[in-house]
Design a protein around this ligand. Structure first.
Ligand SMILES: [Zn+2]
Length: 116
């Protein structure tokens, strides 16, 4: 009986996890980490607002990266210390106010900041 219960749990847990993550607009993982985690809608909104008025430079900075965001399928590396996003051949730096807001949200998901 106990064995059957464990077996059920094994089958159910991944199904539940998959259900919860489908709607996430923004996903996050620690730089070098394995799996992206879905961000809550509230937290994702902060990230999307910061990116909404971004003026991207057509080059990457040679930043360290604390985490990786997946926004609309695009991977963005992020450096908390200077508030810089690096995408494919593009980069964008946040204002000081935006950086503080974004870092506070990201700290809910990854140990932060990874680099001083
Ligand atoms: Zn940097």
């Amino acid at each position: 009986m106990r064995r059957i219960f464990s077996l059920c749990l094994l089958i159910l847990l991944p199904a539940l996890a998959a259900c919860g993550g489908d709607e996430a607009a923004v996903r996050i993982k620690q730089f070098g980490g394995e799996d992206f985690m879905p961000m809550s809608a509230e937290d994702a909104a902060v990230i999307e607002a910061a990116l909404a008025d971004a003026v991207w430079l057509e080059e990457n900075t040679d930043c360290l990266h604390d985490c990786v965001l997946l926004v609309d399928g695009e991977k963005l590396n992020y450096h908390a210390d200077c508030g810089t996003f690096n995408g494919s051949q593009q980069s964008f730096s946040l204002s000081d106010d935006e950086r503080a807001a974004v870092n506070a949200v990201l700290a809910n998901y990854v140990p932060f900041p990874v680099w001083p």
